[in-house]
Each structure stands twice: as structure tokens, then as C-alpha cells.
Design a protein. Structure first.
Length: 83
């Protein structure tokens, strides 16, 4: 009986969502500008490699990606007509 209580307790600790909330999350934000003109790029797609996270820029070139765990990421910006 005591062994079953330990197993249930361990499973609860593993599956409990509080364990996820204990990790620190960050918000990534920035602005995409045309290199030659310095003007904001509207509609650029921003992706975070290795994750399912991404965003598109607004008319001011701004984007925000929330709920990333702390770490080092590779960020890519793409837009049709840009190389």
C-alpha cells in the first residue's frame, strides 16, 4: 500500500502543471527594418527555429513572441521579395 502511494505521488508530481509554471518564460520582441531604406517591413514572418513559435510583423515592423522558455534561439525573418 505504501509503495502505491509513492507511485501515485511521483506520477502526480510529473504530470502536475505547476511544474511547468515554475520555469521562467520570456517575451521576444523587435522590429524588422529594410536594410537599404530603414523603413519598417510589414508582414514579415518571424520564426523561432526548433519551436512552434512565430509571429508576423505589423505595419510598423513590430513583432512579439510570448511564452518562450529562457534560452538561446535562432530567429529567422522572411518576406516575399526579400533575400
Amino acid at each position: 500500500m505504501l509503495k502505491q502511494v509513492y507511485i501515485v505521488s511521483i506520477i502526480f508530481l510529473i504530470l502536475h502543471p505547476g511544474a511547468v509554471y515554475g520555469q521562467s518564460t520570456v517575451k521576444l520582441y523587435g522590429t524588422v527594418l529594410d536594410e537599404q531604406t530603414g523603413l519598417p517591413v510589414d508582414g514579415a514572418n518571424i520564426t523561432v527555429a526548433g519551436t512552434g513559435y512565430g509571429a508576423s510583423t505589423d505595419p510598423s515592423g513590430h513583432f512579439e513572441i510570448e511564452n518562450l522558455l529562457e534560452g538561446v534561439y535562432t530567429i529567422t525573418a522572411t518576406h516575399i521579395g526579400y533575400h
